[in-house]
Design a binder for this molecule. Sequence first.
Ligand SMILES: *Cc1c(COP(=O)(O)O)cnc(C)c1O
Ligand code: SF4
Length: 344
Amino acid sequence: MAIVASPSRDVPTDLHNPHSLTWQRVMKLAVRDPRRLCRLLDLPTSVADAAVRACQGFPLFVPHGFVARMQPRNLADPLLRQVLPLAEEQIPTDDHQLDPVEDGLATLQPGLLQKYRARVLLVTTGACAVHCRYCFRRHYPYSNLPKSLAAWQTALDRIRADKSLSEVILSGGDPLTVGDEQLANLVQQLSNIPHLRRLRVHTRLPVMIPERITQELLSWITHTRLTAVVVIHANHGAELDETVAYAVAKLVEAGVTVLNQAVLLRGVNDDLETQLTLCERLVDLRVLPYYLHQFDRVAGAAHFEVPVKRGLQIITGLRSRLPGYAIPRYVQEAPAQPNKIVLA
Ligand SMILES: *Cc1c(COP(=O)(O)O)cnc(C)c1O
Ligand code: SF4
């Protein structure tokens, strides 16, 4: 927590007492200016200048707590690399697309996607607690989303009418950027649909803003007849500090199944030792590694791509070192398939 411990004019004063902050306040105070991020981490102004140019169209956004887990003066820091806009983003490439996973084809109506049998995905919001430079939805047409909960009614009607569905996945954006009152209301309505069995939440909030795991959240996620599964997105063991451990423990102790998915990213986690440390740390926190995703080829993020061959070597390495339950499935998203492609 080096940054929080060393006061500077770049850190809002109430951040010096993290326990006094609500998650909404942490969101508001997040770093949005590349120059400020570079000052906090003692990085050269040339880095900030390049980032200012590169972040147009997809701004920088990173909460202070996550910045505090980065090493100052280290441009290769694996957490920094996930959020720092680089000049490489502007290099045009031939085969990287705006919608690499073909969300467009799977859209039943704005904000409601179905690609796989029995599971439907609700894009609850376009807002996130961090902007990941590798995000495959960085070009998603979020402005088409329904603007209020009342507008979700048509999506709910559709889910109610389709008895083949057993699971609703809250996705985004990040669904946990929506307030607890709205989410409680949504989950209540989903619980009333008899054929649904599970509620899954895909979120980076427990990692980015651990304060988000509030009593109110624990209340709506446990007071539903639906089995709750939370998939957190951690790509590197250094993301999982004690504040995250505490937030995750609250979910686990409330009876929620907690899984992790990571994306295989060049310069972030594309080596065996990093993946090994991540998997062991997750299991220590009682989180099972679920998926390791092959990078989706989104335009502007080609520099993150790792060859599948390398990913396969990493998985083979993990198998020789870890129990089976600690090894994620290495998967790739492909259009028009009944499931994600399991590479290993
Ligand atoms: C990945 C994904 C899912 C979930 O797939 P699982 O294999 O069940 O984790 C569901 N819907 C869409 C559109 C997805 O991309
Ligand atoms: S939190 Fe998820 S949806 Fe949001 S920017 Fe990161 S990868 Fe994309």
